[in-house]
Write a protein that binds this ligand. Structure first.
Ligand SMILES: [Zn+2]
Ligand SMILES: [Zn+2]
Length: 333
């Protein structure tokens, strides 16, 4: 016997379908098929003005389902849910109604099968494109935001997303160079979750084998990270303040011949410490008053840029800077 729970995603599918009568849904399906055949892949999902926005139905219609990557057991389970939701829609008396008016009609087998197939496709879209909606740090629902679906995953993401009312906001948590990919984490990131657990979740739900730095180099979670790792002057790889030599390029920091490098290294370490402490003071104001001034926010941004210029990931200082910015994002209106 299979136990099945109608979770948030399935409820979302039911709600979406209940609001669109069958006759309208079949028209939208025909439109999707026409667009898939007639529009080049790069332009699929753009609206009439040639823009990709979360508000446009075109963008939602052409979200990925990943159906070709599913194993038979997962496909079977999703099909069962589609069957149950189809039955619920049939019984609601609001989905199978005549095209002209609101008269309930009895669906044919063909109409039931078509509804189930469309539901299955949409359940799969929701499964991989659905984001939690939060209010005052509590999850209150879920939503589809096609623009955010364009952003790929990294366990060491360069940006974080959060809800503000009905909108989803995406903001950088560290400097992003021109041409560098903007990423978010589809799971708890490397700071909060062990590598194997993250990778299992990513493989099962999104069919992703993540190749980010945190996965490749097996970065530790936040509590096990070193306090500070500076960048080597020569090769920009990480150098611990306790070690006399860069492991990557062998530049010696505590050799007499490199005395100037050692002084420079210690000076930058002190500047990073001071910058981080000033950021922590702003964070204290933020925790106390749930708000900070525009100047304080600009100071946080400048501190983040300075710390990233001289500090190598992963280390506690960078972790704490990201958490300060995240706190600011969640409280600032
Ligand atoms: Zn990863
Ligand atoms: Zn080096």
């Amino acid at each position: 016997m299979i136990s099945m729970e109608l979770s948030t995603n399935k409820n979302l599918a039911y709600k979406i379908f209940r609001g669109i009568p069958y006759s309208r849904l079949t028209l939208l399906d025909a439109e999707q098929r026409r667009e898939t055949n007639d529009v080049c892949p790069e332009e699929l999902g753009l609206n009439d003005a040639g823009i990709y926005t979360s508000e446009s139905s075109e963008a939602i219609r052409h979200l990925r389902t990943n159906v070709e990557l599913l194993d038979s057991k997962s496909l079977f389970m999703h099909s069962l849910v589609a069957l149950v939701v189809t039955k619920l829609l049939e019984q609601s008396g609001r989905f199978f109604i005549s095209a002209e008016g609101n008269e309930p009609m009895t669906p044919s087998n063909e109409e039931l099968i078509k509804t189930g197939a469309l539901l299955l496709s949409n359940l799969l879209k929701i499964q991989i494109n659905c984001y939690g909606v939060e209010h005052e740090m509590k999850r209150i629902g879920a939503g589809i935001y096609p623009t955010l679906s364009l952003v790929n995953h990294s366990c060491n993401p360069s940006a974080k997303h959060y809800t503000r009312g009905r909108n989803m906001i995406l903001r950088a948590v560290r400097p992003i160079a021109a041409g560098e990919e903007v990423t978010i984490s589809y799971t708890p990131d490397y700071l909060d979750e062990e590598r194997e657990k993250r990778r299992k979740h990513l493989a099962e739900k999104y069919h992703i084998a993540c190749e980010c730095d945190a996965c490749q180099f097996e970065w530790q979670t936040a509590s096990k990270l070193p306090a500070l790792m500076l960048k080597c002057f020569r090769c920009t790889q990480s150098v611990s303040g306790d070690l006399p030599v860069c492991y990557s390029c062998r530049l010696e920091y505590k050799n007499k011949s490199s005395f100037e490098d050692k002084i420079r290294f210690d000076t930058i370490a002190k500047q990073v410490d001071a910058t981080f402490l000033s950021a922590c003071k702003i964070a204290q104001n933020l925790m106390r008053a749930e708000s900070i001034s525009e100047e304080e926010y600009q100071s946080l941004c400048t501190a983040t840029e300075f710390i990233h210029e001289h500090t190598a990931m992963p280390c506690q200082v960078i972790y704490n800077m990201e958490r300060i910015l995240e706190k600011y994002f969640t409280v600032e209106r």
